[in-house]
Design a protein around this ligand. Structure first.
Ligand code: ADP
Length: 666
């Protein structure tokens, strides 16, 4: 049977694999959860911050783009204004229709200018119309871009209009040379009617002066802002809402068609309705950017508002751009990220599980195989079957086991030798014991036969003495009678001695062990001795004596002898008082029987227990000297000891111990 089967199992212990696996996986899960919770805690704020920064960057780019656009428009205007045909035209007109420098007619210069205007429109698709208008308001030349195909056409003479009432003319004519007028951004109109499809336009115009600084007319470009607005929108992220308002806060671009250019239709639709905070930008011209997050007009938004001045002549010309992003949309990315994080976590968990299993197998594997070897081979395990040459703890463990095994098998050999030796000794003891028993039996038989056979001649002597007394009694003198008395007395004593010897031999012989109530036993002895007690006026005191396992008849003899001796060896004139007590020892009961008699001198303490040993003459105290020998034998039969303590003329205490065999026999 393997050694492990003898071992008590002290509760459920985990295997090494489990001990490594659980903490490792728990550690990984915990660290992942900590990382996740940190990420989650920061994610919202960071996402919103990042969105806000995106919006700021976008609107900045939009501002740059729009200003660049306007700058380009102004450049284009200056370019066409500076072209030679305009000065040629002035020269021709001032000189009665022919340019003195090269003789070109007014019409020729107009034609050349028309060509340049057309080329300009071709080159810049956002410009939809370029005109030269005289200072008196009559259009001198006008090139238009028409319809969806974008055909460029110079308007015939008879279609030219009088623009003397228009605001842009009067505004531009007021300017000094080189300065530019930029109109409000409006929907393109033709003859007062809004042109379909709708086109947001801005007019850029600049005055033209003659060499002697006389106002001659203006050059004006109508610029379609739709492409620019689209470009600005395309800068804004796909998920971002983007609107444009003018310097009065009126919408120019808005996802809802109803709301853009509402002022053109007599309605009002302003950026402050959606972003009340935009009012600040409208009120404070020097304020450029306003961004933030929070509830704006009932919606949770991240937003960036920007005021763009684009007219170098007039800083009150402004566009208000607003890009914004819904909280919900901004945070939607979190959900996408989360699902990725969860996937990643599951992956990490799986990997860590596999890693933990691998690591624990690497560690536990060799230990398990060592355990299997030890279970299989036990003490016969060979050193080479254990990994004793391994480095590290496993090698140390294997070497420790190997040493232990060698030590155990050495001890086992020693133990086997010792057991053989002991068995031999035991056998010898048993043989000796049997021999001893046989010798004891023989001795008992010898004692019996001897005492039995001794009685025979003694009885003959006794009957001969009786016959002698009957036949010759009358003839005997006094001396002969005394001698015969001595013979009779001696034979009687001899009979008593032999009977005592027989009793001694028989003591303990075949009797059984039984439960003996000592209290009852002493009671019975006292009843037997009651006549003698009355006679000498003695008393026996005893109480709570125990129940023990022993040989009843022998124990009765023991108490009887000790009580009778206490009564017998009393001091003259002192009533004998005998006290019997018992006290529990470790594995025995210790009894004491004390009296107030004549006492015993210490030098006799030992030999009074020997058979036929007496301290007094028969004329002093009768007796055969066998009582205490009986007592010693009875006590020893019960595995105990007997001894005496005494003081002359004070009293004697006999102590004896009786083994308490009750548990053994229960
Ligand atoms: P016996 O009583 O027949 O003489 P025992 O063997 O009983 O023989 O006693 C041996 C001797 O021990 C006695 O002769 C006596 O001198 C002494 N002895 C015994 N019991 C007492 C006692 N209680 N007090 C004094 N002496 C005692």
């Amino acid at each position: 049977m393997p050694a492990s089967e003898h071992m008590p199992i002290l509760g459920k212990r985990k295997s090494i694999t489990q001990r490594i696996l659980f903490p490792l996986v728990a550690l990984i899960v915990l660290s992942n959860l900590v990382v996740l919770s940190i990420i989650m805690g920061q994610l919202d704020q960071q996402l919103l911050d990042a969105t806000e920064q995106d919006l700021i960057n976008e609107s900045e780019l939009q501002a740059v783009q729009f200003r660049a656009n306007m700058a380009e428009l102004i450049r284009d205007l200056r370019f066409v204004t500076g072209t030679p045909p305009i000065q040629g035209l002035i020269r021709a007109e001032r000189n009665g229709g022919a340019d003195p420098s090269d003789g070109s007619s007014e019409a020729e210069w107009v034609a050349r200018l028309g060509l340049i205007f057309s080329e300009m429109l071709k080159a810049k698709p956002q410009n939809v119309q370029i005109r030269f208008i005289r200072a008196n308001g009559l259009e001198l030349i006008r090139v238009d871009r028409y319809g969806p195909s974008g055909t460029i056409q110079r308007i015939s003479q008879n279609e030219l209009q009088d623009k003397s009432a228009s605001k842009y003319l009067s505004e531009t004519l007021r300017l000094d040379t080189g300065h530019v007028y930029l109109s409000d951004i409006e929907l393109n109109r033709e003859f007062g009617e809004i042109v379909q499809p709708l086109q947001p336009v801005i007019r850029a115009a600049t005055p033209v002066y003659t060499a002697d600084r006389e106002l001659f007319g203006i050059v004006i470009i109508n610029h379609n802002l739709q492409t620019t607005f689209d470009a600005l929108k395309s800068i804004a992220g796909v998920d971002h809402q983007f609107v444009i308002a003018n310097g009065r806060g009126e919408y120019l671009a808005h996802p809802d068609a109803e709301r853009r250019f509402a002022f053109e239709y007599g309605r009002s639709s302003k950026i402050t309705e959606d972003f009340p905070i935009a009012q600040r930008l409208l009120d404070e011209p020097q304020l450029e950017v306003l961004n933030g997050k929070g509830n704006t007009n009932g919606k949770a938004l991240v937003y960036s508002l920007r005021s763009i001045t684009y007219n170098p002549e007039d800083s009150t010309d402004r566009l208000i751009l607003a890009t914004s992003h819904d909280f919900q949309d901004a945070l939607a990315i979190k959900d996408r990220m989360l699902s990725k994080i969860y996937l990643f976590l599951i992956f990490v968990l799986l990997m860590s599980g596999i890693l933990a299993i691998y690591v624990s197998r690497r560690i536990a594997g060799p230990i398990i195989s060592m355990r299997n070897t030890l279970n299989r081979d036990g003490l016969a395990t060979q050193s080479e079957d254990l990994p004793i040459h391994d480095g590290g703890e496993l090698g140390e463990l294997a070497r420790a086991f190997d040493n232990l095994l060698q030590e155990l098998s050495r001890k086992q050999t020693l133990l086997a030798a010792e057991i053989t030796e002991r068995k031999g000794a035991e056998l010898e003891l048993r043989v000796n014991n049997q021999k001893l028993k046989a010798a004891y039996k023989e001795l008992e038989q010898f004692t019996y036969i001897a005492s039995h056979d001794l009685q025979e001649p003694l009885r003959t002597v006794q009957s001969l003495v009786e016959m002698f007394e009957e036949n010759y009694g009358s003839e005997m003198d006094e001396q002969a009678k005394t001698f015969l008395g001595f013979i009779k007395e001696s034979t009687m004593r001899m009979t008593a001695l032999i009977r005592g010897l027989l009793d001694y031999g028989r003591l303990g012989g075949e009797s059984e062990l039984t439960e003996v109530d000592c209290q009852e036993l002493v009671n019975a002895v006292c009843v037997d001795l009651s006549l003698r007690l009355d006679e000498v006026g003695g008393s026996v005191e005893y109480k709570d004596l125990p129940v023990i396992t022993g040989k009843k008849t022998e124990l009765r003899l023991l108490f009887q002898n000790l009580i009778s001796n206490g009564l017998k060896f009393r001091r003259p004139d002192v009533s004998p008082e005998i006290i019997i007590a018992a006290e529990r020892g470790l594995d025995c009961w210790q009894f004491s029987v004390s009296d107030n008699g004549i006492g015993i001198a210490p030098e006799h303490f030992q030999h009074i227990f020997m058979i036929f040993q007496r301290l007094h003459g028969r004329d002093e105290f009768e007796g055969s000297g066998i009582g205490l020998a009986h007592c010693k034998k009875v006590v020893e039969l019960h595995g105990g000891e007997i001894w005496v303590e005494s003081q002359l003329n004070v009293g004697t205490v006999f102590y004896f111990s009786l083994r308490d065999n009750r548990d053994e026999h229960a």
